[in-house]
Design a binder for this molecule. Structure first.
Ligand SMILES: Cc1cc2nc3c(=O)[nH]c(=O)nc-3n(C[C@H](O)[C@H](O)[C@H](O)COP(=O)(O)OP(=O)(O)OC[C@H]3O[C@@H](n4cnc5c(N)ncnc54)[C@H](O)[C@@H]3O)c2cc1C
Length: 436
């Protein structure tokens, strides 16, 4: 029996891979290149629409644990990310074009994966995994609405940060450094004096925003807040957020500046850098005007401006089970951001779990049932039932993973111990041959 996977993004690619790797034929339906969402620009699968960072790669961080669990379960997304990584301190950042190209190539080369290049407009027959993302095309959104009944969609707003050409950065006003000198000095740091910072904040607060239907400040996701919304929250809010100067000593002065804007390498060649934490929905000429007030960016050339989009997801606790299957029609699974998991890694992780469990079901094997002690299991269990009140999108974090039954001193030690326990469980599945 074959499975139809709709959407070749982070979740759909991983789901398709997990199925094919277990001998299940996959029809992968993707509307690119003929039709693209407002945030997608490349013709390849698995496109990172904003940041090129998959966040922390350390086991003291929950997203680091989630990534390691995925690696141990032969994740396609993780393997291609590791192969195309660019230096970014303790984070895993990738060359976005090389990453998407590698995922596309490996999926298309798999003999059990057949690509159907078209926009899906109706719910496919048979076993299906829907992974069309937060910007699912309108026609298909209507079909999903028909399947679910009314009022099953929730939404928030998500913004992307701009990218600038490295050669246009004034390196006389900027310096390479990593926070507290840890690891290699991968970030370009653009220092600001108090006067420059205050003028910049003032300009941000009054700059003209692009009209986004239905958008107001209250509707943003806290983890992806537009920089202008952050500026409006208070004089120092940005200095406690993305413009935090601590540990970023300017070699010219020997001191940490008043505020620092950080830029992260966006491609392996190092010709493009993205402005970290500068998600925005200012009008494009306003982005150029206001961001050029950062001294090192006074002549910056923008390779891409920031954009904002409405991000739609399902009311998952009421609709999905722990395998991301629709409770009322379990032949249909969902994966990715539309299930209410938040972020690239979480989207791919939900695709991994949905693909793996679907394969096991079709092969007559018992469900893997990853427990809440693992990051993979905790995320699925949270999304399918853990939230109370209005369901909000969820990043992986140690708060949703089962606590240790004993006390460990110090947060880092405790997190390390939780990660060790989780990886032992994942390894147990592998050693037991359960993951074939
Ligand atoms: C503007 C914006 C910025 C974001 N920035 C970040 C960020 O910086 N970091 C982060 O971790 N997360 C970010 N996210 C959140 C999220 O992690 C990403 O959206 C992620 O790509 C979600 O993965 P996915 O697989 O669910 O969907 P996607 O990666 O969007 O994949 C969905 C795929 O389905 C296809 N598709 C859609 N409709 C159809 C159809 N009807 N038929 C066939 N194919 C279809 C699309 O073309 C696409 O290829 C952002 C989201 C948005 C909207």
């Amino acid at each position: 029996m074959s499975v139809t996977v709709v959407g070749a993004g982070l979740a759909g690619c991983e789901a398709a891979w997990q199925l094919a790797a277990r001998g299940i034929p996959v029809r992968l339906v993707e509307m690119k290149p003929a039709k693209k969402t407002p945030a997608h620009v490349s013709d390849d699968f698995c496109e990172l629409v904003c940041s090129n960072s998959l966040r922390s790669d350390e086991l003291t961080n929950a997203v680091g644990l989630l990534k390691e669990e995925m690696r141990r379960l032969d994740s396609l997304v993780m393997s291609c990310a590791d192969e195309t990584r660019v230096p970014a301190g303790g984070a895993l950042a990738v060359d976005r074009a090389a990453f998407a190209g590698r995922v596309t190539q490996r999926l298309l080369a798999h003999p059990l994966v057949s690509l159907v290049s078209r926009e899906q407009l109706e719910i496919p027959e048979g076993r299906v995994i829907i992974a069309t993302g937060p910007l699912t095309s309108d026609g298909f959104t209507a079909a999903i609405g028909g399947l679910l009944g009314s009022e099953k969609f929730l939404s928030f707003y998500d913004a992307a940060a701009p990218i600038v050409a490295f050669e246009s950065i004034d390196m006389d006003s900027a310096y390479f450094a990593s926070r507290y000198g840890k690891g290699s000095a991968d970030y370009v740091n653009c220092p600001m004096t108090k006067e420059e910072y205050l003028a910049f904040r003032q300009a941000l607060c009054t700059a003209e925003e692009a009209h986004v239907h239905g958008f107001e400040d209250a509707g943003v996701f806290e983890g992806c807040m537009p920089i202008e919304v952050m500026a409006r929250r208070g004089e120092d809010t940005m200095r406690f957020g993305p413009l935090k100067p601590v540990g970023l000593v300017d070699p010219k002065t020997g001191r940490a500046p008043y505020a620092v804007v950080q830029l992260r390498k966006d491609n392996a060649a190092g010709t493009l850098y993205n402005i970290v934490g500068f998600q925005t929905h200012l009008k494009f000429p306003e982005q150029k005007r206001v961001f050029s007030m950062i001294p090192a960016l006074k002549n910056a050339e923008f390779a891409r401006y920031g954009v904002m989009h409405r991000n739609t997801y399902l009311d998952a606790p009421r609709l999905l089970d722990r395998y991301y299957r629709l409770r009322t029609a379990p032949r249909v699974s969902f994966a990715g951001q539309m299930t209410g998991v938040e972020g690239y890694v979480e989207s791919a992780a939900s695709g991994l779990l949905a693909g793996l469990e679907t394969a096991r079901e079709l092969q007559g094997l018992p469900a893997a049932d990853f427990p809440a002690e693992t990051a993979l299991g905790a995320l699925a269990l949270y999304v399918s039932g853990g939230s109370v009140g209005e369901f909000q999108p969820m990043n992986i974090n140690f708060g949703i993973i089962s606590p240790l039954p004993y006390k460990v001193k110090g947060k880092r030690n405790k997190n390390q111990e939780i990660s060790k326990r989780a990886l032992d469980i994942i390894d147990g599945y592998r050693v037991g041959g359960d993951m074939q």
